[in-house]
Ligand binder design. Structure first.
Ligand code: ADP
Length: 320
C-alpha cells in the first residue's frame, strides 16, 4: 500500500521488445514465502549508485516498509558466463551470510529475479580506509592502533570459523556510520574443510598478495591474511604500500625477495617497525598469529584487553 515515487516516463515504452511492466524500474521486489506458505512482497526503492565492481553495481536502497537504508549489490545473471563465476558468487554469499561481527559488513538479505541477483547489506556511507589514508597522507600511530585492532578482531573471528579472506586491503575496509571499520567483499574468501588444509588455487588477484601464493608450490592458508595485515600496517604508517612499483611484475619480484624499507625521513617508532618486520616474513610458518599480534607491545595492552573481553578499548580511546 506504500505509494511509489512516480516512475520515469521511459518505462512506459511502446517498444514491443520491451513491453511496459507494471513495476516501476526503481523498485526492487523480493517475493518471500514463509513457513506456512504465505506470500509477502518486500519492496526496496533504488537510490544512488554507490560504486561498481567487477561483476556488480552497488546501489543505496530504502526498504519501503521500515524506511531503513541499505546497500544492495546487483549482479546481472547474464554477466556470469562461466560456471566458475556462479560458484564463486554462491561461495561469496554463503561465507558472508555466515559471519556476524561488528567489524564485518552485515549481511541482510539475498534474492533473485529473472535478470539479477541482489545482495542487501549494511550501508557504509563513508567510503573506505583507502580514501581515508590517502586524505590524511598517513595515519598517526594511535589512529593506526585503533584501526588495526578492529581489523584484527574481525579477522580473528573469521579465522575461528575457518574462513580465510584472502583479499584484505584498505579498499575493502568500509567505514560505518560512526566511522567504525567494517570488512567487506568476500569475493576471494574461502572456508577450510578441516584444520591444516592447504588451498592450492586462488581465482583472482589479491592486492596485498603473499609470497607463498606467488610461489604456488605448497599451497596457502591463514598466513596469507597475516601477510596482508603486515602490508596494511606498513601502509597506514608510511602512506603507501611496501612493495609498490609502477608495474605488477616488479612488485612481485620485490615481494619474492622481501625487499622493502621504511623511509628514513618519517618518524616511526621502533615498536611499530619491529611489528611490521615480524609479520612480513617470507616463510608463512614464521609469521605471528592474530593473537600474537594483538599481544604485541605496539598495542600498549589494548589488544590484550580486547582478547580478554575487557571493556572495549576501541570506544574509550581517541585521546591517547
Ligand atoms: P569490487 O568488485 O570492487 O570488489 P563490489 O562489487 O563489492 O566491489 O562493490 C563495488 C563498489 O560498491 C565498492 O567499491 C563500493 O564503492 C561500493 N560498496 C560495496 N559495498 C558497499 C556497502 N556495504 N556500503 C557502501 N558502499 C558499498
Amino acid at each position: 500500500s506504500s505509494a511509489y515515487p512516480v516512475p520515469p516516463a521511459s518505462i512506459h515504452s511502446t517498444n514491443p521488445l520491451h513491453p511496459p511492466s507494471d513495476k516501476p524500474n526503481n523498485i526492487i521486489e523480493h517475493t518471500k514465502k514463509d513457513a506456512t506458505g504465505r506470500v509477502s512482497v518486500k519492496k526496496y526503492l533504488k537510490g544512488a549508485l554507490l560504486g561498481k565492481g567487477g561483476f556488480a553495481k552497488c546501489f543505496q536502497v530504502t526498504d519501503l516498509d521500515t524506511k531503513e537504508d541499505w546497500a544492495c549489490k546487483i549482479i546481472q545473471k547474464s554477466s556470469l558466463t562461466k560456471q566458475r563465476h556462479k560458484q564463486k558468487l554462491q561461495s561469496e554469499i554463503k561465507i558472508h551470510k555466515s559471519l556476524s561481527h561488528k567489524n564485518i559488513v552485515r549481511f541482510h538479505d539475498v534474492f533473485e529475479d529473472k535478470e539479477n541477483v541482489y545482495i542487501v547489506m549494511e550501508l557504509c556511507p563513508n567510503q573506505t580506509m583507502l580514501e581515508h589514508v590517502k586524505r590524511r597522507k598517513r595515519l598517526s600511530e594511535s589512529d593506526t592502533r585503533r584501526f588495526m585492532l578492529q581489523i584484527l578482531d574481525a579477522v580473528r573471528f573469521m579465522h575461528q570459523y575457518r574462513v580465510i579472506h584472502r583479499d584484505l586491503k584498505l579498499g575493502n575496509f568500509f567505514l560505518g556510520k560512526n566511522n567504525e571499520v567494517k570488512i567487506g567483499d568476500f569475493g576471494l574468501a574461502c572456508k577450510l574443510q578441516f584444520d591444516g588444509e592447504r588451498k592450492k588455487t586462488l581465482c583472482g588477484t589479491p592486492n596485498y598478495i603473499a609470497p607463498e601464493v606467488l610461489d604456488g608450490k605448497d599451497g596457502h592458508s591463514y598466513e596469507v591474511d597475516i601477510w596482508s595485515i603486515g602490508v596494511i600496517l606498513y601502509t597506514c604508517l608510511v602512506g603507501k604500500p611496501p612493495f609498490e612499483t609502477a608495474d605488477v611484475k616488479s612488485t612481485y619480484k620485490l615481494i619474492q625477495s622481501n625487499t622493502y624499507s621504511f623511509p628514513p625521513r618519517l618518524e616511526i617508532s621502533e615498536s611499530a617497525k619491529a611489528l611490521v618486520r615480524s609479520i612480513l616474513q617470507s616463510r608463512p610458518e614464521k609469521r605471528p598469529s592474530i593473537e600474537d599480534i594483538m599481544r604485541d607491545d605496539f598495542f600498549l595492552g589494548q589488544g590484550i584487553a580486547l582478547l580478554q573481553g575487557r571493556d572495549d578499548p576501541l570506544n574509550t580511546s581517541g585521546n591517547n
